[in-house]
Design a protein around this ligand. Structure first.
Ligand code: PMP
Length: 439
């Protein structure tokens, strides 16, 4: 597939800076964040101006297949169903009074309840994944569950409460003190969780992911979530399942919870709920878990909670995933990509690959050397593909492709991945002459 095309249109009111890498770099340095400017340059200094489906289009007219997006883009960019509902709402009533009744929030909540595990019936909308985590922490406290339990290397966001759970010293250290009474246990080890909860009977709030995304696509043993639920029941803990990254089809099931048939007290949804168009997240809770919020509608609020324009995006996302069978597509395409890309990476990197794993369209490639994922990411961009690193693991390259890739796009991805692996493996893998291990 040809990745060169016409340059994207400039943004409205552009004074020329959108097309000028160095002017834009200077703006990043002086107005945004110096480190972010350096990162942008490391990835080739491309300026993204437009996105369509699986593609990002740069100022120079390069088309880059977006298999990153930190798990947001199951529908790709600007999915027509989402755009249609958002556009309609934009011209109808984008922001509500928060005094009168407004249908979009109620309809979006109803659509979400329809696709989550039975028993989860009440929805609180928020703006970001971290905000959903904060809401769940507060919800647990309304039931006296004031000890938080999360997993090492788990990721739950970076606001103060969520950061207390995000088990990574590098993100926590500059901001301590964080919340008190936070415990971490190894992910996948339900016995360790059970033992810990036994020390805080009736006080625990357990927050786990079904698959740890930012830790580098870490899959727990089968039955883990069921064992977590049992431990929570046994010791009177509040069970929060963070599906901000894994939910809405990413794992090839609507939710990770479905695979194990569990119903947490609160399920967190984000990223994909946006339809890739308007940021939005949600906590979907059992009526019992939600009960204190019911008593006072002002107890936990935020100006843009349930904002109609985002609600239209959420409805559009759920509708499109359903109508186009994208949960099944995620399962099947994910299995195909895991096989093909796994073979490719092993062929080129051999023993430098520690593991290839994934579920649905959440794929991780773990190496033995921390330099490889970074170099491969940069190489992939120059070969026309965007992937991601993992925030909590430097060893894992992560791919979160959209479920809407067509056959030609899948071929493009596989071929670009092959070229990128070939180019970078030459630097890391000993040649037959005993050449460079790391040039
Ligand atoms: N929970 C999980 C599982 C996540 O993966 C993320 C984001 N990577 C968050 C929470 C935080 O979401 P946000 O960045 O939107 O605050």
């Amino acid at each position: 597939m040809n990745t060169a095309s016409v340059p994207a249109a400039p943004p409205a009111g552009d004074d020329g800076r959108a097309y000028d890498r160095s002017a834009l770099g200077a703006l990043y340095r002086t107005r945004l964040n110096k480190g972010r400017a350096v990162l942008g340059e490391m990835f080739g200094g491309h300026v993204e101006l437009e996105s369509r489906g699986a593609w990002v289009i740069t100022a120079e007219g390069r088309r880059i297949l977006n298999c990153g997006g930190y798990g947001v883009l199951l529908l790709g960019s600007r999915h027509p169903t989402v755009v249609r509902l958002v556009e309609e709402q934009l011209h109808r009533n984008p922001v509500a009074t928060r005094v009168l009744l407004e249908p979009q929030a109620a309809l979006a909540a109803d659509a979400l309840v329809e696709v989550v595990p039975a028993g989860l019936e009440r929805v609180h909308f928020a703006g970001s994944g971290a905000e959903a985590v904060e809401t769940a922490i507060k919800m647990a406290r309304t039931h006296g569950r004031d000890h938080l339990v999360a997993t090492y290397d788990g990721y739950h966001g970076k606001t103060m409460g969520a950061l207390s759970l995000t088990g990574k010293d590098v993100f926590q250290a500059p901001f301590r003190p964080l919340l008190p009474d936070v415990h971490h246990v190894p992910f996948g080890d339900a016995e360790a969780l059970d033992e810990l909860l036994a020390t805080i009977p009736g006080r625990g709030c357990v927050v786990v992911e079904p698959v740890q995304g930012e830790a580098g696509v870490v899959l727990p043993p089968d039955g883990y979530l069921r064992a977590v639920q049992r431990a929570c029941t046994r010791h009177g803990a509040f069970f929060v399942l963070d599906e901000v990254q894994t939910g809405l089809g990413r794992l090839g099931t609507w939710f990770g919870a479905d695979r194990e048939g569990v119903t947490p007290d609160a399920l967190l949804v984000g990223k994909g709920l946006s339809g890739g168009v308007i940021p939005v997240s949600a906590v979907v809770a059992t009526p019992r878990a939600f009960s204190v919020f019911d008593r006072d509608p002002y107890l936990h609020t935020s100006t843009f909670s349930g904002v109609p324009i985002a609600m239209a995006a959420a409805r559009g996302a759920i509708t499109a995933i359903k109508e186009e069978g994208l949960v099944e597509r995620s399962r099947d395409l994910g299995a195909q990509l895991l096989r093909t890309l796994g073979d490719t990476v092993r062929e080129h990197f051999g023993d430098a690959v520690r593991d290839v794993r994934g579920r649905g369209l959440l794929l991780g490639f773990e190496f033995r050397e921390p330099g490889i994922p970074g170099d491969l990411l940069i190489e992939l961009v120059s070969q026309g593909v965007i992937a991601n690193h993992s925030l909590n693991s430097h060893l894992v390259l992560r791919l979160t492709p959209p479920a809407v890739l067509d056959a030609a796009e899948v071929s493009f991805l596989c071929e670009a991945f092959d070229r990128a692996c070939r180019a970078q493996a030459a630097r890391y893998v000993p040649t037959s002459e005993g050449g460079p291990v790391h040039a």
